[in-house]
Design a protein around this ligand. Structure first.
Ligand code: TMP
Length: 212
């Protein structure tokens, strides 16, 4: 069920180092070339308050549940200030990560209780008629070795990127589980392929949305 007419809400997900930024730039280029009015934003972040909280989330040690609560606090502000107003105006919203990342990283990676996650998701995204979710989520899937290789030497790693391999294996497995249960909302793209091949796959998904 889409609760986000008339604009389209698309999120991008994947392990750190999956190539999300490259594909995000290509995707928004495609929308711009077709004159589709869109907004690019991210989580954690997306508002002045959210960007301040992002700094803490990426660099400050904290309890697992504090981390989950802050991710959803950022999201609450982001929905109210940015995402829902843009969608209501008919703009497309392209969001670099959303709630599927909380499922993958906090529930899968860190072991947050699923009932607590579901309660927060309902609190923050519950709307009359159901949960406000992206219309489409692109999951850029790469094996851990590829993610690691792409991150190597990139820049100073944040608190998440410094996690152990076992953490990222759990994150990836949680993304896959979430995709399976998503009823087609999450589309898994093999991001270990060449950039050109991933773009061809993306073009096919865009065509399904009427962007051809
Ligand atoms: P980014 O590197 O894609 O900007 O994301 C920052 C980090 O935040 C990334 O390692 C994933 C993590 N994250 C979570 O753990 N939970 C969330 O809900 C979100 C949105 C991001």
């Amino acid at each position: 069920m889409s609760l986000t007419p008339p604009g389209r809400f698309i999120s991008l997900e994947g392990l750190d180092g999956a190539g999300k930024s490259t594909h995000l730039a290509w995707l928004t280029g495609q929308l711009a070339a077709r004159g589709i009015d869109h907004l690019v934003t991210r989580e954690p972040g997306g508002t002045p308050l959210g960007e301040k909280l992002r700094e803490l989330l990426l660099h400050e040690a904290m309890h697992l549940e504090t981390e989950a609560l802050l991710m959803f606090a950022v999201r609450r502000e982001h929905l109210a200030q940015v995402i829902e107003p843009a969608l209501a105006q008919g703009r497309w919203v392209i969001c670099d990560r959303f709630t599927d990342a909380t499922y993958a990283y906090q529930v899968g990676g860190r072991g947050l209780d699923l009932t607590k996650f579901a309660a927060l998701e309902q609190w923050v995204q519950g709307r009359e008629g159901g949960l406000l979710q992206p219309d489409l989520t692109l999951l850029f899937d790469v094996p851990l070795e590829v993610s690691r290789a792409r991150l190597a030497g990139a820049r100073e790693l944040d608190r998440f990127e410094r996690e152990q391999d076992a953490f990222f294996e759990r994150v990836r497995a949680a993304y896959h589980a979430r995709a399976q249960a998503s009823g087609g909302r999450l589309r898994v793209l093999d991001a270990s392929q060449s950039v050109a091949q991933v773009q061809a796959d993306l073009a096919a998904v865009l065509a399904e949305l009427g962007v051809a």
